[in-house]
Design a protein around this ligand. Structure first.
Ligand code: FAD
Length: 399
């Protein structure tokens, strides 16, 4: 039995990595700086390969129970209701889950925590923050601090940084996190208003162009999530005011009664990635390693895929059956996929929807309708957007 692996951050990626390692018989200390698991509005789409992976951990059943199976998604023109619709039935021979599952990432964290509580090898320490660390050739020493201020030192053979977009580990290592921050602020608004009853042919996942720019409508079991944008000249604070949110929703479906808004949050979008996911005995996963536009729903999914790839490679290294350099294959298989498949597709999705020129929108819509209508092209397109192509490409990169 080795010393425990230390995982920083009990977001979806840290939780999945922890469960996977303890199921392989490896003890884990999983530390989370907050007293509670995250409960904020973030990922809401699970792609087919992620559901397959999470099945191995016994998590998919719970997600399916609480989520909404979504076979189709679309890009549409609001004014005319014209659309290009993609049907995941085209990839039914490629996956046992030919749909996007609409369910919030907090459900995954809660299910994972439930499983974690039953794992004797998993020591989940909530309210415990990594505040410093150093490494030598054969171990990492981490300083942890509880919310009460008590400090502990942990010595571990490997530390996994799953500490998210503002990763302390990445910052302290001074890693290059090249990329960009998109200029627009996105307003994520949730409402129980049923858009599908008012917009003909709406799917559960819709990216929409309209005269004022773009918006998206994503359906979850009991709410709709709308991504809206400030109008030209409108500050973020102004855009968040109830009357301005109301005005934007009224443009989507005009109605006499005001919308009931459950939550409204602004967020900025980045596209960034580190060069190497392994720095000695420290391994980066998820948002700590890469950030992308949520358009297409790939950030968390990609992070879960990182966690699976890494936790395949770590056990033989710990058992002395493979050299530490074996872990470089994790970077080689995951970093280019994140760059070329996840970041690039997310960027294309975001750029497409920011298009304002009506002729360019129409040309793009027709191109997408052509792809959707052709079974061979539709399958290829859906394999990419469902993140299957990236995983298949990664698997061909050998040691
Ligand atoms: C609006 C929005 C919508 C999105 N939609 C999707 C989607 O549909 N599909 C998708 O795949 N992705 C989506 N994403 C991206 C997704 O939310 C992230 O990729 C995902 O949360 C990354 O998970 P993570 O575990 O790497 O990091 P996080 O979820 O950020 O978790 C990191 C954890 O580490 C903890 N932590 C940080 N520092 C320390 C420390 N020093 N010590 C201890 N703990 C620490 C934090 O408290 C946190 O709990 C969306 C993002 C946004 C903002």
């Amino acid at each position: 039995m080795t010393d425990p692996i230390l995982i920083i951050g009990a977001g979806p990626v840290g939780c999945v990595a922890a469960l996977r390692l303890v199921r392989a018989g490896i003890p884990v200390i999983l530390v989370e700086k907050d007293a509670q698991l995250q409960d904020d509005l973030r990922a809401s789409t699970f792609h087919p390969p992620t559901l397959e992976m999470l099945d191995e951990l016994g998590l998919t059943e719970g997600l399916l129970r609480q989520g909404l199976r979504t076979r189709t998604w679309q890009i549409r023109l609001h004014e005319t209701h014209e659309k290009a619709e993609f049907d995941l039935d085209a990839i039914r021979s490629d996956t046992q889950y030919p749909f996007r599952l609409q369910v919030e990432q907090r459900v995954l964290c809660a299910l994972a925590a439930e499983q974690a509580a039953k794992e004797p090898l998993l020591d989940l320490r909530m309210g415990t923050q990594l505040i410093d660390f150093s490494q030598t050739a054969d171990h990492v020493v981490a300083r942890l601090q509880t919310r009460g201020g008590a400090e502990q030192t942990v010595r571990t053979p490997f530390m996994i940084a799953a500490d998210g977009a503002r990763s302390f580990v990445r910052d302290k290592l001074a890693l290059n996190f090249e990329g960009l921050t998109y200029p627009e602020t996105t307003l994520l608004v949730t409402t129980d208003f049923d858009f599908a009853a008012h917009l003909p042919g709406l799917s559960n996942v819709n990216y929409v162009w309209y005269a004022h720019g773009t918006f998206s409508l994503l359906r979850l079991p009991d709410i709709w999530r709308c991504s809206l944008y400030p109008d030209e000249g409108e500050s973020d604070d102004e855009a968040l005011q109830a009357e301005n949110i109301e005005r934007k929703l009224q443009r989507i479906v005009p109605r006499d009664t005001p919308y009931t808004i459950r939550e409204a949050r602004p967020y900025r979008i980045h596209q960034r990635i580190v060069d190497d996911y392994r720095i000695g005995r420290i391994l980066l996963v998820g948002d700590a390693a890469h950030l992308n536009s949520p358009s297409g729903g790939m950030g968390m999914n990609g992070g879960v895929h990182d966690a699976f790839n890494l936790t395949d490679k770590l056990p033989p290294v710990l058992a002395g059956k493979a050299p530490i350099e074996r872990l470089d294959l994790y970077t080689r298989q995951r970093q280019p996929v994140a760059k070329q498949q996840i970041l690039q597709q997310a960027h294309q999705n975001r750029t497409r929807m920011q298009q304002r020129d009506p002729a360019a929108r129409r040309a793009e819509l027709q191109r997408l309708q052509g792809i959707a209508a052709d079974p061979v092209q539709a399958r290829e397109y859906l394999l990419r957007s469902s993140m299957i192509t990236g995983l298949r490409e990664a698997a061909t990169i050998a040691a």
